[in-house]
Design a protein around this ligand. Structure first.
Ligand code: PMT
Length: 401
């Protein structure tokens, strides 16, 4: 995330919705990721949340009026419109969306929106009837047709007491939606990336399962990087604690059998297939239909082998398709990974060390080596999973070229 946001000039337009207070968290996260945030509050927003909060968070003077930039050329609207890498309007009211759609420029924010060629992302927040009103929907369609992006809103309880669609989506998702708009590299535009991620739950009976400790963090990092490079991303995700990123299509599965079926269905459409899931190698032969009672001293489960999903994708690989596997190893990392690379007909394998406190399941960092079929090895001694994903896609992009 930091790599993408670092030193980017982001205009955070805050408009008059009760969700305006959440914009403080958005500003704070953007600053944490290294962005330079210029807060701009409409008159109504400034009634709901104090400009001082944004100034404290961003270290920049919050713009609240059309004419105050006259004293400061750095925030003159054409200068900002030209310099900004992104305009993020969060929360975006029906009013600002309508003004932007119709080219109305009657305050600093709408004037600057009209003057900028930077990407614009709206995070709508309003009453559900206002959001579903044909006028608002028409305005959203108009702006989307001009290339503006929208993130949310979501359904839920609204400040006005109604329940329905109109609640601003959470700040973490809004930040994720900025990623493809800020990332400089778009080498994967038009390409489809399919990722398996997370663990599998192999049922023993209706309430118990055999599982593993994969958190889905690696799969999430890979998906974010693919989105940042402009790819269309599908994640087939087993149970995992990590939230899958906004903008990706997520197919949720439980067992390895379900994951295999989903991959079988999706793989032919993909240009790149990446197996980051910790697939269960075995499943219970005959899961019990009812909860197993505690009435025996011992219990024996018969396990049968699951299909090898990534090997299946490797075997059916069509020309131009690129298949990547991961090898989770506790010992003989490189030789074991090379054997898997060959056996599964892969174009690249990520050999990762698992089972240490800073590398493996659930960790934020990982020790890995990227290995190609011609035995070129790139060692990454200890990197974040985001960094590994970046290296991985540098390889993939070079290979696809
Ligand atoms: O999710 P995290 O907590 O972030 O952890 C990330 C990770 C350690 C799970 C990940 O980096 C990783 O190593 N994933 C692969 C785990 C694994 O199953 O490794 P393996 O060496 O057993 O399998 C080799 C490859 O074959 C993998 O691409 C795996 O997805 C695939 N496989 C394995 C068995 C099987 N039946 N079908 C498969 O497709």
């Amino acid at each position: 995330m930091k790599r993408i946001f670092s030193n980017k000039e982001i205009v955070l337009g805050v408009t008059g919705s009760i969700a305006a207070y959440k914009a403080c968290e958005i500003a704070s996260r953007l600053v944490e990721y290294g962005a330079r945030v210029l807060p701009v509050l409409t008159e109504s927003a400034a009634e709901l949340v104090g400009p001082a909060s944004f100034e404290a968070i961003t270290g920049r003077r919050a713009i609240t009026g059309m004419f105050e930039p006259l004293q400061n050329p750095e925030i003159e609207h054409i200068a900002v419109a030209t310099r900004a890498h992104l305009f993020l309007i969060a929360p975006a009211t029906a009013n600002v969306i309508a003004k932007a759609a119709h080219g109305i420029a009657d305050d600093w924010l709408t004037t600057t929106l009209l003057a900028t060629k930077a990407p614009i992302l709206f995070a709508p927040a309003m009453n559900c009837n206002m959001y579903t009103h044909p006028a608002t929907q028409e305005n959203i369609k108009t702006l989307a047709g001009r290339g503006c992006r929208f993130v949310g809103p979501e359904e839920g309880r609204l400040a006005c007491g109604f329940s329905g669609i109109g609640r601003m989506i959470d700040p973490a998702t809004i930040i994720e939606a900025c990623v493809p708009l800020l990332a400089p590299k778009k080498e994967l535009a038009g390409k489809r990336v399919l990722i398996t991620s997370g663990a599998n739950h192999e049922p023993i009976d209706p309430v118990r399962f055999i599982g593993n400790r994969s958190s889905g963090k690696m799969g999430r990092a890979i998906a974010l990087e693919a989105l940042a490079r402009g790819a269309e991303v599908t994640i087939i995700s087993g149970p995992s604690e990590a939230r899958m990123p906004w903008g990706a299509t997520v197919i949720s599965v439980g067992s390895a059998g379900e994951m295999a079926q989903a991959v079988e269905r999706e793989a032919p459409k993909a240009d790149v297939i990446i197996g980051a899931a910790a697939v269960a190698d075995y499943t219970v032969a005959n899961p019990a239909a009812d909860k197993i009672k505690r009435d025996q001293e011992t219990l024996t489960l018969t396990l049968v082998q699951n299909p090898d999903i990534i090997a299946g994708a490797g075997a059916k690989k069509r020309p131009g398709q690129f298949v990547v596997g991961f090898a989770a190893e506790t010992e003989n990392v490189i030789p074991n990974a090379i054997a898997k690379l060959k056996r599964k007909n892969l174009d690249l394998i990520v050999a990762n060390l698992i089972g240490t406190s800073d590398s493996g399941f659930g960790t934020d960092t990982i020790s890995a080596s990227l290995i190609t079929p011609d035995r070129h090895i790139e060692d990454l001694p200890l990197v974040t999973k985001d960094e590994l994903a970046n290296h991985l896609f540098n390889h993939i992009v070079a290979a696809l070229a």
